[in-house]
Write a protein that binds this ligand. Structure first.
Ligand SMILES: NC(=O)c1ccc[n+]([C@@H]2O[C@H](COP(=O)([O-])OP(=O)(O)OC[C@H]3O[C@@H](n4cnc5c(N)ncnc54)[C@H](OP(=O)(O)O)[C@@H]3O)[C@@H](O)[C@H]2O)c1
Length: 247
């Protein structure tokens, strides 16, 4: 069992709910994000519910790359990390060329460069002991280029999936495992203002599917499996006019 898990972006949404569900399965946790008050509240909730578990929290901005290495090393010294989940992410964005380079840059830096820093810091620990499970939270939006407000977001998530696949290829048949999770639409702070769509699922069942895929150490997983396994296939191969009608 991967007993000790570090999750970035654990102050809300999918990260916080993954923490709840992994705690319920008996995992010790290191939880990181920028909003320390939310992390502390989650820590109190989890330790009250599971007094036998160790739950450590650390403030971490994944855009402060030095801090990423420092926090991961410190966390590993406190609680030898068996699994690291690269989850912190941002959904900001605007159509390219409309004066919002700032928003697109922030998304690119957080979702891709921040994730690269996390992967570097995680693998430094895992390579030293030739063990560990590195998990990337990508998105079904990684499957194709997407228009307007999600162009940059989708590109960062495709970049993340490519980074993960490169590592998986390098580490094939070795003890260090790498998973890419492609969530569909799951309720969180990121999409709380998005109108109800038939495809969005509540946080708890959505994260249950994520946790099951992570625990099974799948190389890749579309979650929840229905409708995203078949839809992913359609998205992947749809010609542009069909893709435009789908989104
Ligand atoms: N919800 C979905 O439908 C969906 C679908 C596909 C993929 N995802 C991915 O799932 C992950 C979690 O998103 P969510 O839906 O749970 O959204 P969320 O509720 O907005 O959570 C995002 C988390 O990322 C953290 N974060 C953002 N910028 C950060 C930074 N610079 N440094 C450290 N932490 C940062 C936030 O914490 P602080 O603000 O406290 O730092 C928060 O804990 C993201 O990577 C997202 O792209 C979500």
């Amino acid at each position: 069992m991967r007993r000790n898990i570090l999750i970035t972006g654990a102050s809300s949404g999918l990260g916080a709910e993954m923490a709840r569900q992994f705690a319920a399965k008996g995992h010790n946790l290191v939880l990181t994000a920028r909003r320390e008050d939310k992390l502390q509240a989650l820590r109190e909730e989890l330790t009250e519910r599971h007094p036998d578990l160790t739950v450590v929290v650390h403030r971490l901005d994944v855009n402060d790359h030095e801090q990423v290495f420092e926090v991961f090393r410190k966390a590993d010294a406190e609680l030898t990390l068996d699994r690291i989940i690269v989850n912190a992410g941002l959904g900001k964005g605007a159509p390219l060329g409309t004066g919002r380079f700032d928003a697109n840059l922030q998304t690119a830096m957080t979702n891709f460069v921040g994730a690269l820093a996390q992967a570097e810091a995680a693998l430094e620990l895992f390579r030293a002991r030739n063990a560990g499970h590195l998990v990337f939270i990508s998105s079904v939006s990684a499957l194709r280029g997407l228009p307007k407000t999600v162009t940059t977001y989708a590109a960062t998530k495709a970049g993340l999936a490519s980074l993960a696949e490169g590592l998986r290829l390098e580490l094939l048949n070795k003890p260090i495992k790498v998973s890419t999770i492609f969530p569909g639409y799951i309720r969180s702070e990121m999409n709380e203002h998005v109108a109800n769509t038939p495809l969005i699922v509540d946080t708890v069942p959505g994260v249950r599917a994520m946790v099951a895929a992570i625990e099974a150490e799948k190389a890749t997983a579309y979650v929840p499996p229905w409708p995203w396994i078949p839809l992913a296939r359609v998205m992947r191969y749809a010609p542009l006019p069909l893709l435009k009608r789908m989104i």
